[in-house]
Design a protein around this ligand. Structure first.
Ligand SMILES: *Cc1c(COP(=O)(O)O)cnc(C)c1O
Length: 388
């Protein structure tokens, strides 16, 4: 059975992004792919094997449930760490399945120690240090207790990483705060080393930090948004393009490629004379002889009702505006100026077709939504298809 609507993921685009971003790593540093939020809306099941084909062998999830999905989806034995929420049972599960976990309280290493003793597995821990984000990092008193626990149980507890998260490296407005976090982190890592805790992976960089603060690229980088082909902020993109111009590269090119395209097909077409309302209610009145195409997607598929009368799609290489209300399962678009549109034609809801592109941010009428948020809202239950 063919689906009404599907999301394509481009292997070649991901390969290019990974290759480009690897250029920011120091030799031997680990490329960790962040797949929280259902791999930023791309879907863990499809994205993880695809990333593995592009050479990625390390993933970071938010929850144990996401980590379980990564384990189920991986095909090359990749590694996974959980950065966020876990219950005691989930910590035990993680230890048993060789899943690494972030530690930001005293409970976790204790739960992990219990599980390690019970199962004979070693618990792989990443200590999250407080450096200024003020969300979950360890403060010195707790850290001291955890260090004691680590040193007392070297066979069960492996301090594999020490890490922190930055408070907005994508904006220069946060420059001083980020600089202070970097200094604090290096300082705290040094003190841990003096106490005999020398993890293999010190890590603090997300996409924006790796792109803008080379000193944050240590033993591992947690790449999220950029691997999917999006800049962490419009500012980060502009700065990058400006640097290229300054370096004399002539016309700057965006090195990041979107890997995602959301598509559907024309279900039917109809000619309507002047002076008719289209769809429910009376929000759209034809003011000329109009040809519309009906798409089998609506808000039930995540094509937001807020796109009524303002959204656009691409068909036959042209832009077609949404007319009338987006329905639960159907949307009408005006194809009067797109000659030849016929039933079965491919329609792009997000992505490129011909010379045009519907970007994720223009997809929303609320342009203050970050790319991050729009991606995370992409519907979970429509098929993902890997394309070349
Ligand atoms: C989301 C997240 C990242 C990745 O951030 P991007 O800006 O998408 O690269 C890295 N580290 C942590 C702790 C995160 O939560």
């Amino acid at each position: 059975m063919e689906s009404n609507t599907w999301i394509e993921l481009s292997r070649s685009a991901l390969r290019r992004n990974v290759r480009y971003l690897r250029g920011y790593l120091t030799p031997g540093a680990c490329f960790t792919s962040v797949v929280k939020g259902r791999a930023y809306g791309h879907g863990i099941d499809a994205f993880v094997p695809l990333a593995e084909q592009c050479g990625v062998r390390s993933f970071a999830a938010f929850s144990a449930e996401e980590a379980r999905q990564v384990l189920a989806a991986r095909t090359r034995g990749s590694d996974v760490m959980v950065m966020g929420h876990m219950t005691a049972d989930e910590v035990a599960w993680a230890v048993e399945h060789d899943v690494a976990l972030w530690v930001f309280d005293l409970d976790r290493p204790r739960w992990a120690l219990d599980a390690a003793r019970r199962t004979g597995h070693r618990a792989r821990l990443h200590l999250e240090l407080e450096t200024g984000l003020q969300r979950t990092g360890l403060e010195p008193p707790e850290l001291a207790q955890i260090v004691e626990l680590l040193l007392a149980n070297p066979r069960e507890l492996v301090p594999e990483g020490v890490c922190t998260h930055l408070a907005g490296a994508e904006s220069t407005a946060n420059y001083l705060r980020i600089r202070q976090q970097i200094d604090r982190f290096m300082d705290k890592c040094g003190r841990l080393a003096e106490q005999g805790v020398t993890p293999r992976h010190r890590h603090m960089a997300c996409s924006a930090a790796a792109l803008s603060y080379p000193e944050t690229v240590l033993d591992l980088v947690r790449f999220g948004i950029a691997q999917y082909g999006f800049w962490p902020s419009p500012e980060a993109r502009i700065h990058h393009l400006a640097d290229q111009i300054e370096a004399g590269h002539g016309r700057p090119r965006d090195p990041l490629k979107r890997i995602l395209t959301w598509k559907s097909r024309v279900m039917s077409t109809k000619r309507i004379r002047t002076g008719e309302y289209v769809g429910y209610g009376n929000t759209y009145l034809t003011t000329r002889p109009t040809r519309i195409a009906i798409l089998p997607v609506g808000y039930a598929h995540g094509f937001s009702r807020s796109l009524s009368n303002v959204g656009r799609v691409l068909v036959r290489g042209r832009r077609a505006p949404v007319v009338g209300y987006v329905g639960m399962n159907m949307t009408a678009v005006d194809v009067t100026d797109c000659p030849g549109v016929a039933q079965g034609d491919e329609v792009v809801l997000i992505g490129k077709q011909g010379r045009h592109e519907i970007s994720v941010s223009s997809f929303s009428e609320l342009s203050q939504f970050l790319n991050y948020e729009m991606l995370a809202r992409l519907p979970a239950d429509i098929p993902r298809v890997v394309v070349r």
